[in-house]
Design a protein around this ligand. Structure first.
Ligand SMILES: Nc1ncnc2c1ncn2[C@@H]1O[C@H](COP(=O)(O)OP(=O)(O)OP(=O)(O)O)[C@@H](O)[C@H]1O
Ligand SMILES: [Mg+2]
Length: 161
């Protein structure tokens, strides 16, 4: 299976999707969050961090581009590449280094950097009127292939599609 679509009715629905995904996460996983402005990428990340047991307030890394959260089952490095000006700057953010230490990377607008992040779960958010969002999950690389089927089962049962 290559792709799964789920509908989120409101911010709580997106949080539910984040919680179900969080249960499957392991050290060094990469989540690329894509989709329009205000579609729910940061809302998703807040819920994901909470589900991992992170108690810090999670805010959008709009200006600093990277925030790191520790203290949960896994540490999370949350980045937003919307304002990244040159692809070369990506190396300066230390994401790969954090990943090697075992952090989960959650990267908003991660699709803007061609060739980066070749092994990742890709979560795409699209406005569908009002609070409705279509959330599409897919994956790249080989690391997610087997897990994706299990995750899709959990999401279908837990959220409905
Ligand atoms: N179904 C939904 N899922 C997620 N957020 C929703 C939903 N319905 C309403 N919202 C609201 O939409 C807004 C989403 O903003 P958020 O900052 O998460 O978007 P974003 O994708 O991170 O945007 P940006 O690209 O600017 O970083 C929040 O105010 C949230 O409460
Ligand atoms: Mg955001």
């Amino acid at each position: 299976m290559l792709k799964l679509d789920v509908t989120s009715q409101d911010a709580d629905g997106t949080a539910r999707v984040a919680r179900l995904i969080s249960d499957e996460l392991r050290p060094r996983d990469v989540l690329l969050l894509t989709g329009e402005l205000g579609a729910g990428k940061t809302t998703f990340t807040k819920a994901l961090c909470a589900a991992l047991g992170i108690t810090d307030v999670v805010t959008s890394p709009t200006f600093t581009l990277v925030h790191e959260y520790v203290g949960g089952r896994l540490s999370v490095v949350h980045s937003d590449l919307y304002r990244l000006e040159r692809t070369g700057e990506l190396d300066d953010l230390g994401l790969e280094e954090a990943r090697r230490r075992g952090a989960v990377l959650v990267v908003e607008w991660g699709d803007l950097v061609p060739g980066a992040f070749d092994d990742a779960l890709v979560v795409t958010f699209a406005h569908a009127g009002g609070d409705l969002r279509n959330i599409t999950l897919t994956w790249r690389g080989s690391g997610w292939e087997a897990r994706f089927v299990r995750l899709a089962d959990r999401l279908r049962t837990g959220v409905g599609s």
